[in-house]
Every structure is written in structure tokens, then in C-alpha cells.
Ligand binder design. Sequence first.
Ligand code: ATR
Length: 287
Amino acid sequence: MITGRTQILGVIGDPVEHTSSPVMHNAALQALGLDWAYVAFHVLPADLQAALRGMRALQLRGLNVTVPHKQAVMAELDEIAAEARIIGAVNTIANEDGRLCGYNTDGYGFIESLRQEGGMEELPSQVVLLGAGGAARAILHALLQRPEVEKIVLLNRTVDRAEALAGDLDPAGLRVEVEGLEEHDGSGIRDAGLLINSTSIGMHPNECSSPLRNAACLHAEMLVLDIVYKPLHTRLMEQAEAVGARVLNGLGMLVFQGARALEIWTGKKAPVAVMKQAALERFGAAS
Ligand code: ATR
């Protein structure tokens, strides 16, 4: 029930109509008994500044930010959390008494998914990360925060892009090793306890493709996290299961990044199970 006191949250993106965030957050707001609502706003790049002025004027409580605004929005904020500044992207804005504060909750989502769904309190000493886009930035930053991770093998089709990412986040070149995704011989994967796919390979509508040409290097002692959630079960996950590896899809990361955003906005503990169920219904039905 929308009332005269309803507080508004939302997500801005272009396109935005396929987002699962409204379903997930409105289920959570209802479970918390809050007179708040969450909606999707289609904001074109040319209108981003005006949209943020609107956020102030309308006193929206918070926004999630998605493609293509995660970097550009930073110029419009009053404060940016250190983590978001280092990652170079904001996915959550909180309106704190008129001051717009930017956060990045993707790294938290990634770590919590590994911890709560993968049972990984400690990460393995060697990790392989596929991809060097926006998602990879937040994941690589989170991995570099963990002292037990000694070596990260970063594989990307465009090697220059991976070199740039590694140079940004690990400037001394102590822990990140870059190689071409297509040229990689699998040795880095054989020695790894965790492999993460942050590329869009395998995502709808390319369900049949896998980022690994040769999956023989996957093994039973590893966990494979594919951050894709549409479909919920990817070709890479199939390849990993075939050798006895444990697998996770990207649903957990999606839910936990959302849960953290909700906690920033409301100050209340997010009902993670409710959010996961809502997202699962959304993707289960849609995939
Ligand atoms: P996001 O912000 O979701 O991470 P992105 O910044 O567009 O998206 O990054 C997409 C990632 O998927 C990149 O690592 C990209 O590789 P390139 O840097 O070489 O473009 C990777 N990717 C997408 N399609 C690919 C394909 N067909 N083959 C190999 N890599 C692909």
C-alpha cells in the first residue's frame, strides 16, 4: 500500500526493464514491514545529471546504479566510499540527509556468496578470474583484500584490458598474473582452488558457450563460481560438475549485493532468504 509517507528507492539504468532488483527489494521491504517502495527508472546517459538532481529534489532515499552509469554517476555525488573509489564504480547511492553517498556492494556480494553459499570462510591461495570488465574490477579488488590469496591468474580475451586492470589494482604486480583467455594452457587452473567467470560468455542468449575452450584443466578440488544468473545453470557449471567440482551461479552475488545496499539504506538487517526466493522465482520463471 503506497501512502503519503512512502519512501522511494529505485534503480537507474539504460536499459533497465529487465532488472530483477524491484522484485527482490520490494519483497524485502514488505518482509521488513517498511512503508517503502522500489521502482526502476530508465535514465539515458544524457539525463544522468538531471536524474541525480531529481533524486535530491524528490528526496529519494536510495538508488542502485546499473549499466551504463556506474562510472559516470561518481561525478554527481557528495561522497564516495573508499572501496567504490578504488574500484572506480558505484552501484549504490544513499541519500543521507541531502548528501548523496556512493558505495560499491558488488565485492561484498561476491565474498558473501562464497562464504554463505560456497562454505568458503578462507579463500584458496590460488584463484583464477576470467574477464576484465566492470564485474571483474570489483571481484579482483575483493580478492586482493584477502591476504590468504597469494596468486590471482587473470585471463581475458583482450590481454591489454586485463593488464590495465591488474596495473590499477595491483600496481606492484606482486599477486596478479595476466594471460590471454584463448592462449592459456590450463596450468593456472589446475593449481587453483577457485575459478570465477566474470565474462558474459554463457549468458542468455548464448547458453551453449563456455569461456573455457578446454575444460580438462578443471578438477574436483575446486569451486567454480559463474557470476551469470540467466541461465541459472551454465555450460561452464556443467563442465565443472562433470569433473566433480563444486559450482555456484551468480544468484547469490546478486542477492548479497542487494542485501548490503538495503542495509545501507534502511539500517536494518536484510531478509536474505526472502530476497533470494524472490530472485529465484523471477529467474526460474524467466529462464
Ligand atoms: P561487465 O561490466 O558485466 O563485466 P563488460 O565490462 O562488458 O561487462 O565485460 C565483459 C567481459 O566479458 C570482458 O572481459 C570481455 O572480454 P574483452 O575484454 O576481451 O571484451 C568478456 N567477453 C564478452 N564476450 C566475450 C567473448 N565472446 N569472448 C571472450 N570474452 C568475452
